[in-house]
Design a protein around this ligand. Structure first.
Ligand code: PLP
Length: 370
């Protein structure tokens, strides 16, 4: 049982290099400290329509955008409830894709997993084979874009092209730790539903989940006749259409921060952010190869989270602790008991740049004596 540990407010500021939350610009944080206003006031319509339309522009999509007070987890549930009658195919390659499959099971769906060893990427040809050979009809193929537990970036574009050959099967992508830091052409690859949490590569405070929904997915929900209440596509999108607001009271301060950060993101552009994240990734990969190795399968490595194989057998927990104490930088151990000490993870996402990432690797070198 957890006991109360009084929050004292007396904590050192740490620079975050974990796979989210990540660093947020100071002026974006400041936006949240405003007098409150009502969620049915015109000002709210201005705010919500601005962030929705700016998000569409940033992502370059003609699909619809929903921004809800929730974390990304909400859209595992909502996309399953909105689109799946019976069968869902979930390729699993790490902790988050496994959790996605668990969520669908809990919701009573018939879940088929296509299991890959942790560190391996999902292969589009396996998905085609499953869709072709299975005697079941899959309502949804649900794929994680960026498996944050292993640092794998799955080829969702090619998988989208495969699923598009099966018109009654909808393609759902968990892009929680990728969107905003890794370019994806949503419309070109027929992605019906793709979602992210704001605390990852969008570099915003936690509290909102963003979901992009195709017209086909919206129609599918109507045809299916049952849906999530909170994350139903019809409820959220029709409310937007009629009122330019959300159906229930949103986290207004986080939306104020979102508005400000999205202006920065529009300035840099989807491809500009992709390029900056690629440069950080190349640097971290070179550094990892020099001192350790990379855990994820070659050719499928994440552009926002690097999972580094601890080939030198350093004490990961102690190194993290000491880097935090001496430098006020925080990075992550490996995921769960399976990878805890065998790997460690660096989140190079959001507003980080080459210089800030280099500061972290210098600190790790110093502390671990590399
Ligand atoms: C790939 C992936 N999916 C889903 C989640 C869950 O996101 P949230 O904690 O925002 O609900 C995470 C969280 O780290 C993640 O990395």
């Amino acid at each position: 049982m957890s006991k109360k540990q009084e929050y004292t407010g007396d904590y050192d500021d740490k620079t975050l290099y974990i796979p989210g939350p990540t660093e947020v610009r100071e002026d974006v944080i400041d936006e949240m400290a405003q007098p409150m206003f009502g969620h049915r006031m015109d000002r709210m319509t201005d705010l919500y329509t601005t962030i929705v339309e700016d998000t569409k522009e940033f992502l370059g999509t003609d699909n619809e955008v929903v921004i809800l007070t929730a974390s990304g987890t909400e859209f595992w549930e909502a996309s399953t409830l909105n689109l799946v009658d019976e069968n869902i195919l979930v390729p699993t390659c790490g902790s988050f894709s496994e959790r996605h499959a668990n969520v669908a099971e809990r919701l009573g769906k018939d879940v088929d997993r296509l299991e890959y060893d942790w560190g391996q990427a999902i292969k589009p040809e396996d998905i085609r084979a499953e869709l072709e050979d299975s005697d079941k009809h899959y309502d949804v193929v649900a794929t994680v874009m960026n498996e944050s537990s292993t640092g794998v970036r799955n080829p969702i574009e090619v998988i989208g092209d495969v699923v598009a050959d099966y018109p009654d099967t909808y393609f759902v992508v968990d892009a929680v730790s990728a969107l905003g830091g890794d370019y994806v052409d949503i419309d070109e690859h027929d992605i019906d539903v793709i979602f992210a949490s704001t605390q990852k590569a969008f570099a915003m405070p936690p509290g909102l989940a963003v979901c992009v929904v195709s017209d086909d997915a919206y129609d599918r929900e109507l045809e299916k006749g049952s849906a999530s209440w909170y994350g139903g596509f019809q409820r959220t999108l029709d409310y937007y259409d009629r009122k330019g607001q959300t159906h229930s009271t949103p986290a207004i301060p986080v939306m104020l921060a979102y508005r400000k950060q999205m202006k920065y993101m529009l300035e840099e552009g989807h491809q500009g952010r992709d390029q900056r994240h690629r440069e950080m990734t190349e640097y971290v990969h070179d550094w990892a190869r020099e001192h350790f190795d990379l855990f994820a399968e070659e050719g499928y490595r994440s552009q926002t989270v690097s999972c580094i194989e601890n080939t030198q057998d350093i004490d990961v927990a102690a190194t993290i602790e000491q880097v935090s104490e001496e430098y006020d930088f925080v990075f992550s151990n490996g995921y769960g008991s399976q990878l805890g000490e065998k790997t460690f993870r660096i989140g190079h996402m959001g507003e980080h740049d080459l210089e800030s990432i280099q500061e972290l690797t210098d600190a790790i070198e110093d502390v671990a004596g590399l």
